[in-house]
Design a protein around this ligand. Structure first.
Ligand SMILES: *[C@@H]1O[C@H](CO)[C@@H](O)[C@H](O)[C@H]1NC(C)=O
Ligand SMILES: *[C@@H]1O[C@H](CO)[C@@H](O)[C@H](O)[C@H]1NC(C)=O
Ligand SMILES: *[C@@H]1O[C@H](CO)[C@@H](O)[C@H](O)[C@H]1NC(C)=O
Ligand SMILES: *[C@@H]1O[C@H](CO)[C@@H](O)[C@H](O)[C@H]1NC(C)=O
Ligand SMILES: *[C@@H]1O[C@H](CO)[C@@H](O)[C@H](O)[C@H]1NC(C)=O
Length: 942
């Protein structure tokens, strides 16, 4: 029937054009380390294909992972000229072009940009390639609307992938929508990306593989004439059977698999076969092509495509044949799998961003965190690899952290050290502490560091004491103090430790066991050490916290399959409540088997939110969650923020007892509607959160699946690392300005560093150098003037110019201007490209578990084209030399002209939501800061 229909269709639209695109998918580590793959596989693939490109004009090849290409060209620099030449000839195409193929569920927009920019920078610098058109995300485990938004901003016209929720795939196939325009709004994405879902996986069709269970059309290689004719027929049949899924008379056929074309004889003989198939085909026009040749033809075909605006996470794929749908595999376990690497990744990203800003602003030099880039790979940050590979990634990240601390230390010491003028004079030994505000607007924050004494004195360069409070912390103490910083300011402070109480030393906390903790803005009630109520100035919310575990008999490092309902675990062993002038801390020690989990709730005096930390480790067969029971009975109360879009996720009764299906990655944050206010939870690193029941949500803390889930890793994969989650929890309104502000406030909170003897930095107080002579440091240094709306997402140095990436976090249009000559570039750091608008035909709705794009919270519309639209990300290259001037960038706000209104599209509860938004508390206006000090107006008091 399908064949018949297709034949009819072909009669109408004409002869089919088949584009065989040779590729190799090269994981930067998975079952083996990246280095092993390079040595044993990848270098041969590149050798073989470059030799073939050299001797045969009819061969073409596409390449995605720049990490491997850079590695190869550093070993074989004589190959560079060939790569450049074949690229110019349109026969060797860079697709994707990132350092690796990053995971989409666990990285935020800045990590995704970083790794893509690293690849783009390499190909531009070394190969003169300044344009990548095709996004190539063949393997990641589900696709985020963040990717589509970002790729649009990076000048990628097309996105190609294979893994999509199975029911979506069926719907797309049956409606000929396997190609659509993906147009999320986040980051100011406007045009969207033309999205191609691969027919099946990213492998060659079965008859063109070498897989033993398939029948090869060519028989044996080298193929004889019969083999060639068989293959032509097989291709034609394949196209007849599959072309109905796509709209045009062009068909893409990827030729390759993981680490393909490594065997020289196979590669030569197989490519010869493809060339003969191409030369001898008559019914169809079959050719060896690059990806661009195919997409150029499709986009020139005057066909219109439907538009999708939602998210494609989670990924649910069928289990093994013969099993009921219950055993379908939700690829949601990796959202919280091996949480330690996720934490290290986000810590390193925060350091890298700051180190780049400092290096660029002070020296106009480039700094690259390539190991961080590598670990955005979809088998690294995801935790879906074998154990030795895991340790390899952790070692790489540690190397990057050390490199960043060294570089930053050298720069900061060079900025902050004064020429010694006075005679050195012996002092009480002190350590040098630098604080950096990574945000380019003023903040007032409660900061802390771990000290070994209860008595510390914190003082500044004028010997003024900064009041502080120490709280017992494990075998040490944490010293807390409040500090105000200008945007992108570095401050110098000093710390002395004393054995006994001193006049200006920290206040020692009072200890009690009262399970109510709070400040004038928020009161937190605990029961058995766990959350039970939250009270704001207006409302009290009952929200019971429990720690639960699932068995992992059916789960693995990729998947989370619930086999039995979760069981409530943990007994409270010890509880302490510390009070003092700076913070209150509630510390709960829980036991679970032989493990101890530690929850801390930290409330300072100045914030309308609080910090919750949870230290946890999962034993084998434990999948551990922090569960919240909310009593507010409403549908559509759970929102996830992926740093591009806020999307409402519904509980669906079809997912009862299948929690793994109703489970989402939280890269930016989680917002839950508690009837009168919206509670947000902003994590410092990505994790998963789901709804097991209608009024219950839970966050994945740690997991240790017992077995392999049959998706490739093949072994039980251990994890010896505990993790400590850090969440900022509070209440806000449901609008992008509040959510972005809260997210940035916490993700980019000030960092406290200590100096070491060799002018490096450390985050560990114990490792800090101790000095005894008079300190010779500048009190502070400021890189940029303060901004209201323009968040400086990154500042990097490229070819002696500065690249400013700016996100407008306000709901009105702004303009930024630069003192020096500048021009706009794309978010990936390459020149802007203008593509023809896509031909759109109506909206594409995908409905599974109700997570369609109707549930995406809409960004304000703006008619203006000049400047930066609300929540838009723009990138500028600014020509400059030497030390950056503070006023190089300025911001102009067009208030009122286009005061756009947030709307929630087509929600059944739209009225309810709008009323709730209207009734929300307004942010309290904070203290008015001193205008003379250069602070602009008012800002939020936390
Ligand atoms: C062509 O090769 C296949 C094996 O690949 C073999 O079975 C067949 O006999 C060959 N045909 C001719 C005509 O040589
Ligand atoms: C590859 O081909 C060469 C030349 O045809 C031959 O000598 C060699 O044995 C082949 N190698 C393999 C592994 O088949
Ligand atoms: C700095 O302040 C401390 C405490 O107030 C004081 O004991 C010390 O003498 C001062 N040091 C100098 C160099 O003034
Ligand atoms: C889900 O689990 C609960 C608790 O074990 C059980 O009572 C209920 O019948 C299950 N529901 C479905 C649809 O399987
Ligand atoms: C800080 O360094 C000391 C000494 O190397 C070490 O014992 C301690 O565990 C470190 N603390 C942290 C939080 O890493």
């Amino acid at each position: 029937m399908l064949v018949f229909l297709s034949t009819l269709l072909l009669g109408v639209i004409g002869k089919m054009n088949v584009y065989m695109v040779p590729h190799s998918h090269n994981d930067a580590g998975w079952l083996e380390t990246a280095e092993w793959y390079y040595e044993n596989k990848v270098q041969y693939t590149l050798d073989n294909m470059l030799d073939l490109l050299d001797i045969r004009d009819d061969v073409k090849f596409v390449w995605a992972e720049i990490y491997y290409l850079a590695r190869y060209l550093s070993d074989f620099p004589n190959r560079k000229a060939q790569v450049i030449e074949f690229n110019k000839q349109g026969r060797f195409e860079i697709v994707g072009g990132g350092w690796v193929q990053h995971d989409e569920a666990t990285v935020d927009f800045e990590m995704a940009i970083r790794q893509t920019e690293a690849g783009f920078e390499y190909i531009s610098r070394e190969l003169g390639i300044n344009n990548v058109k095709i996004g190539w995300q063949l393997d990641p485990f589900g696709h985020s609307s963040l990717t589509a938004a970002l790729f649009d901003k990076m000048g990628l016209e097309v996105l190609v992938f294979s893994r999509i929720e199975d029911s979506y795939r069926l719907q797309l196939q049956n409606s000929s929508n396997m190609e659509f325009i993906w147009k999320p709004q986040g980051l100011g994405s406007k045009k969207g990306v033309f999205t191609h879902v691969l027919n099946d996986h990213y492998y060659s069709p079965g008859f063109l593989t070498q897989l033993p269970w398939e029948t090869q059309c060519y028989g044996e290689l080298p193929a004889n004439e019969t083999g060639v004719l068989n293959c032509i027929q097989a291709v034609e049949e394949f196209v007849y059977e599959t072309s109905y899924k796509y709209k045009t008379n062009h068909q893409l056929m990827l030729i390759g698999a993981d680490f393909y074309f490594t065997d020289r004889n196979f590669t030569f003989q197989f490519m010869d076969l493809l060339a003969r198939v191409s030369a001898q085909s008559t019914n169809m026009n079959i050719k060896i092509a690059t990806a661009s040749e195919y997409f150029d033809a499709v986009l020139a075909s005057e066909t219109s495509f439907e538009v999708f605006g939602g998210d494609l996470l989670p990924l649910v794929s069928p289990g093994y044949k013969g099993q009921t749908s219950y055993w379908w595999k939700p690829w949601t376990g990796f959202y919280s799998n091996k949480p330690h690497i996720k934490q290290v990744m986000y810590d390193t990203q925060k350091l890298a961003r700051v180190a780049e800003i400092v290096k660029t602003g002070w020296r106009n030099e480039k700094i690259m965190a390539y190991e961080l880039d590598m670990c955005t790979h979809h088998d690294a940050i995801t935790g879906t690899m074998r154990e030795p590979v895991y340790y390899d990634y952790l070692q790489r990240l540690e190397n990057d952290q050390q490199m960043l601390l060294n570089q930053l230390g050298l720069d900061i010491n060079s900025i902050m050290t004064k020429q010694s003028s006075s005679n050195s004079q012996l002092m009480v030994p002190y350590k040098v502490l630098f604080i950096i505000n990574p945000l380019n607007w003023p903040v007032q924050k409660t900061l802390s560091f771990e000290a070994s004494s209860e008595f510390v004195r914190i003082f500044d360069t004028t010997n003024q004491t900064i009041p502080s409070q120490t709280v017992p912390y494990l075998n040490n103490y944490k010293a807390y103090f409040v500090y105000t910083l200008q945007g992108l300011e570095i401050r110098t402070l000093f710390v002395s430790e004393y054995a006994n109480q001193c006049s200006d030393c920290s206040t020692i906390s009072q200890k009690n066991t009262n399970q109510v903790i709070g400040n004038q803005y928020i009161t937190i009630g605990l029961d058995n050490g766990l959350l039970t109520s939250l009270k704001t100035q207006k409302n009290e919310f009952f929200i019971a916290g429990k720690i639960v575990r699932y068995d992992t008999y059916m789960s693995g490092c990729y998947t989370f399959v619930e086999t039995e309902p979760a069981e409530i675990i943990c007994t409270l062993e010890e509880f302490y409540h510390y009070t003092g002038p700076v913070v209150e801390v509630a510390e709960s020690y829980f036991s679970h088997g032989k493990d101890t989990f530690i929850q801390r709730i930290i409330v300072d005096k100045i914030s309308d939110n609080f910090i919750m930390t949870f230290y946890v480790y999962a034993e084998r067969n434990d999948d551990i969650f922090y569960r919240f029971y909310q009593i507010y009975d409403r549908t559509g109360w759970f929102y996830t923020f992926n740093t591009a879009n806020l999307q409402k996720r519904y509980f669906d009764f079809n997912t009862l007892n299948k929690t793994g299906h109703n489970y989402y990655p939280i890269t930016g944050g989680l917002v839950v509607d508690l009837d009168k206010e919206f509670m947000y939870i902003m994590p410092t690193f990505a994790l998963g959160a789901g709804m097991p029941f209608e009024n219950v949500f839970e966050l994945g803390l740690h997991r240790h699946p017992s077995y392999d889930d049959g998706l490739g890793v093949d072994y039980y994969s251990g994890d010896i690392f505990p993790v400590e989650h850090h969440w900022m929890i509070g209440f806000s309104s449901l609008d992008y300005n509040s959510i972005w502000s809260r997210f940035l406030e916490y993700r980019s909170s000030p960092i406290v560093f200590f100096n070491t003897l060799n002018d490096s930095l450390t985050l560990n107080f114990t490792l800090a150098a101790e000095y005894t002579s008079t300190p010779e440091y500048q009190p502070n240094y400021i890189f940029l003037n303060n901004f209201d709306c323009a968040y400086l997402s990154s500042l990097v140095s490229r070819n002696g110019s500065y690249v400013f990436r700016v996100l407008n976090k306000c709901d009105h249009q702004i303009k930024v201007d630069f003192k020096n000559e500048y021009h706009e570039i794309n978010a990936g750091g390459l020149p802007l490209t203008e593509y023809k608008a896509f031909d759109e035909s109506g909206k594409l709705e995908l409905n599974t578990y109700n997570n369609s794009w109707k549930n995406v919270m809409e960004y304000p519309h703006s008619s203006e084209t000049d400047g930066i639209r609300p929540y838009e990300l723009k990138t500028y290259m600014v020509h400059a030399t030497g030390v950056m001037s503070k006023d190089i960038m300025t911001e102009k706000i067009n208030k009122g002209e286009d005061s756009a209104v947030m709307t929630v599209l087509a929600l059944a509860s739209v009225v309810g939501v709008m009323v709730a938004v209207g009734a929300l508390i307004k942010y309290r206006k904070g203290k008015k800061f001193n205008e003379e000090k250069g602070l602009k107006g008012e800002f939020l008091e936390n």
